[in-house]
Ligand binder design. Structure first.
Ligand code: MF3
Ligand code: CO
Ligand code: CO
Length: 259
């Protein structure tokens, strides 16, 4: 069973350019935060992000990607990922993940976070905190010589210890001049298994953590993934690069990011 992975290792120069794209994507998440309020539609958030990205000389990567009709993904409550911005109004107590990917100077940068709309419910607050922490713990094991399974096992163990479940159908991914490159970064697995992590790899980690069961279904719009049990789901995502000795989160925002 021969399988060949085509991993595009990035040069120092490519990584510097990629950081600019990642930084722009991270800035979009900061820019949009004050607009994420009860009463706003996800379509309105999409338009604001679209215009901001274009004003910086970049292209929103999701727009027309495999037929995706909007510039960002907006996934509310039981929506796990790939929610299509619409005239749905956000309501107090909702959670919403905004997933921003920018294409700047030939490279994609990909990041997402889950926002609270108004005042969070306790259950949502805990889920979102654990998801954010799961991403940070996953990033923390990345270094040359570690295995991709170490990332997945770390994230899965932590989320399940809190009684939550990990979505298995979607994963992190290599990223560069293409939106989705090899390898796949699973958010579950076993320590010591999988591909060896090497310097020059650039990939995302983007765990989706469900309050209830892990199973999902895809809505008739062919994009929106929702939990089968209707319970809420959270997600956070960073793009990172593997350095000589460890890992670097690509955007340099000097503590301005919320995660
Ligand atoms: N940004 C998503 C990711 O993290 C992918 C969105 S694909 C789209 O990989 F077409 F829905 F935009
Ligand atoms: Co993304
Ligand atoms: Co991604």
């Amino acid at each position: 069973n021969l399988s060949i992975l085509m991993i595009n290792f990035k040069t120092k120069e490519e990584i510097e350019v990629m950081k600019e794209s990642c930084q722009l994507a991270a800035e979009v998440l900061i820019m949009i935060e004050p607009y994420v309020k009860p009463g706003v539609t996800t379509e309105r958030l999409d338009k604001i992000c679209h215009d901001y990205i274009v004003s910086k000389g970049a292209i929103p990567s999701p727009l027309n990607y495999r037929g995706f009709p909007k510039s960002i993904c907006a996934s509310v409550n039981e929506e796990i990922c790939h929610g299509i911005p619409s005239d749905r109004k956000l309501r107090n107590g909702d959670i919403v993940n905004l997933d921003i990917t920018t294409y700047l100077k030939g490279f994609h940068g990909d990041t997402s976070r889950t926002f609270f709309v108004g005042s969070p419910r306790k259950k949502a607050e805990k889920l979102v905190e654990v998801c954010k922490e799961a991403l940070q713990l996953g990033i923390g094991v990345v270094k040359p010589g570690a295995k991709l399974g170490d990332i997945g096992a770390t994230i899965q163990t932590f989320a399940e210890r809190h009684g939550y479940s990990i979505v298995k159908e979607f994963c992190g991914h290599g990223i560069g001049s293409e939106f989705h490159e090899e390898p796949q970064i699973l958010h579950y697995g076993n320590f010591g298994e999988g591909l060896e992590i090497k310097k020059g790899m650039v990939f995302t980690i983007e765990p989706m953590v469900n309050l209830g069961k892990p199973e999902l279904k895809i809505l008739s719009d062919k994009w929106t993934a929702v939990t089968q049990d209707g319970q809420i789901s959270a997600q956070f995502e960073h793009t990172l690069c593997v350095t000589e000795t460890g890992v670097e989160v690509m955007p340099r925002l000097d503590g301005k990011t919320k995660f």
